[in-house]
Ligand binder design. Sequence first.
Ligand code: GDP
Ligand code: IMO
Ligand code: MG
Length: 427
Amino acid sequence: MPALVLLGAQWGDEGKGKATDLLGGSVDYVVRYQGGNNAGHTVVVGDQKYALHLLPSGILSPECTPVIGNGVVIDPAVLLSELSGLNERGVDTSKLLVSGNAHLITPYHTTLDKVTERFLGKRKIGTTGRGIGPTYADKINRVGIRVQDLFDESILTQKVEAALDFKNQVMAKLYNRRAIVTEQVVEELLGYADQLRGFVADTTLILNDAVDEGKVVLFEGGQGTLLDVDHGTYPFVTSSNPTAGGACTGAGIGPTKINRVIGILKAYTTRVGAGPFPTELFDADGEALRTIGGERGVTTGRDRRCGWFDAVIARYATRVNGLTDFFLTKLDVLTGWEQIPVCVAYEIDGERVTELPYSQTDFHHAKPVYEYLPGWSEDITKAKTFADLPKNAQGYVRALEEMSGAPISAIGVGPGRDETIQINSFI
Ligand code: GDP
Ligand code: IMO
Ligand code: MG
């Protein structure tokens, strides 16, 4: 089973970090293929808690080689500080490989992200303010700066100049801000060159060779299916493709090489930032999910919006990603409710709809249709097998599986590595 993709099936923060870390010990490479330090992945190992933003969660497994693929956008200052933070805690990061084709987030991208949001006013996306959108915009616009540009001062200067030509007009005339000076940007970027040089490699070649040799390669998505720029709730999305196809373009691997696609699925739903969310709760239940689930952003510290499980979304994730398995996380958070509502369909303008509507207007009008499943009160955090779960928790899992269209192969009953029930092996 050499190539697996692991991705978020909802709006992000499903527990991808924990799931990747769990597999890290049995895989040879863990590869981030899109996004950047907008991600916040929490990994709990024993009494140690790690918050990773840019580095693949496999970095905590010594036998595994972490890779940042070409589809990722890299803020070099963040990368270096994340590396030194881990080194200080005794984590060996020397095996890291970084694609020379990955694009760089520069200070002007971060500034533009924040300024654009301010300019959008009440129509803002609620981005993480990390420069993600403007960096991907420059990539598509063919005025981006890539990691490899750091190693040729003349090319770097020309590219930064080209990127700033237009932006400085916008900055000055539209946003009323001072122009950005090419030389300053170049100097700052060149300052990272020597520290990054040793990590840069032809990652697509290395990964394809690894798969051909039967090594196990895990592609770790950031964000989630509904935040995908093509398949998510546009425009309230991130600027990349977390969906399974993104692993191919973002790492340079052909789709025929991928054997398994695992969707990480929270037992309820959360979302950060603006945009539609049919099962969102504004009552005491929403507050309880937020408190018990610790639903606060790892990157921005914002409270996450919380709601009940939405099976329409889970089915959609199965469809657009070709999911072979689900990893259901945070089942323990639902302990204590007498009945647990699960959204099985939407009502849109008086009609019952069971598939995610492709029309943005319809989705904004979607009202959840709930089925009520019996809850449980027993502590499930020590459960090691499916049979250890109370009958009603088993019933909840089976019902979600039936509705979501792919087998639930693992269940999270706590944040720790060992707080997992494995039903089918992933590798
Ligand atoms: P990611 O962005 O998908 O990696 O998820 P985050 O790390 O942003 O948010 C998931 C949170 O849930 C983290 O605090 C994890 O430690 C925690 N977590 C993951 N799996 C479980 C689980 O099964 N139960 C509980 N209680 N917490 C979990
Ligand atoms: P992980 O990997 C949850 C959201 C932002 C905003 C939108 C666009 O931890 O699951 P961006 O800065 O990407 O341009 O913001 O996407 N967002 C996330 N929400 N988890 C994430 O990452 C996210 N990364 C971006 O809140 O709504
Ligand atoms: Mg997160």
